[in-house]
Design a protein around this ligand. Structure first.
Ligand SMILES: [Zn+2]
Ligand SMILES: [Zn+2]
Length: 269
């Protein structure tokens, strides 16, 4: 019997000359089992073109790695609950990421729901999917809360995805900041997530520690074992209910920081 390998990876940069293909090369050199990228600058509306060469190289390199799963994180400017022009821009930006995912063969696109009505957010998400076509799965990410942000409670996520093909991305830092005691009772939080949303809806987990305090609603990621959640994240990472999920770290990167985070993950396995 072969033991299932837990898939983990980083959010990687596409800023180098090789663009998106550079991320695959980096995933390979770091020995990652999955990875996440932005398909364009996450703080600008301007789209970024993918050259046919870049697409081909991305696909070929991923194929060489056994087709490791990948995720595109949508722009931070997107607010699917907005009205008027901002809603249009948000939907088009998200549709652009979904189209790029389709071209690249990327399985998932993750987006923050936005601030405002659930109905509007669902409408925007479904509109982006229908504009893009294809079979990429769109995941709404839980948020740290604050303001009128949707998706900070599990009930809110459940309502957003109900009776749709939409999925959920679970961020441990955001849940902690939103008041879920993942530092004290990780198993209980996962149980609640399963009961309210359903783990089958959640293929991707952002495994971030938190700089901000418990329930503080601050979205500020810490390196593993350097934040307020600490060792409890090991219980999330190794939970048998989550064995099929992709674990992505979204923390600052340098050679040293990579070595630290990979060292912690490998020591947890
Ligand atoms: Zn996010
Ligand atoms: Zn996240």
């Amino acid at each position: 019997m072969s033991k299932k390998k837990i898939r983990y990876g980083f959010h990687l940069s596409i800023a180098g000359k090789a663009g998106v293909a550079g991320a695959v090369a980096e995933a390979e050199s770091l020995g990652l089992g999955c990875f996440q990228i932005f398909a364009k600058s996450p703080r600008m509306w301007k789209p970024r073109n993918l050259s046919p060469k870049e697409v081909e190289s991305f696909r070929a390199q991923r194929e060489n790695l056994g087709g490791i799963p990948a995720v595109i994180h949508a722009s931070y400017l997107v607010n699917l609950a907005a009205e008027g022009e901002l809603w249009d821009k948000s939907v088009f930006s998200l549709a652009d990421d979904l189209s790029k995912a389709e071209a690249l063969g990327v399985e998932y696109v993750v987006v923050h729901p936005g601030s405002g009505s659930h109905q509007r957010i669902r409408q925007g998400a479904l509109k982006a999917l229908s504009l893009a076509g294809g079979k990429t799965k769109l995941l709404l990410e839980n948020t740290a809360g604050g303001g009128e942000k949707a998706g900070n409670r599990f009930e809110s996520l459940a309502e957003l995805v109900k009776d749709t093909e939409l999925g959920v991305c679970f961020d441990t830092c955001h849940a902690f900041a939103a008041g879920y005691p993942i530092h004290q009772d990780p198993k209980g939080v996962i149980k609640e997530l399963d009961e309210v949303v359903g783990l089958e809806r959640i293929p991707v987990i952002h495994l971030n520690d938190s700089v901000g305090a418990f329930g503080g609603r601050v979205d500020h990621h810490a390196h593993l074992m350097e934040g307020k959640i600490g060792l409890a994240l090991k219980q999330v990472f190794t939970d048998s209910r989550l064995a099929e999920k992709l674990f992505i770290l979204e923390t600052p990167r340098s050679e040293q920081e990579d070595a630290h985070n990979l060292g912690v993950l490998r020591s947890w396995l």
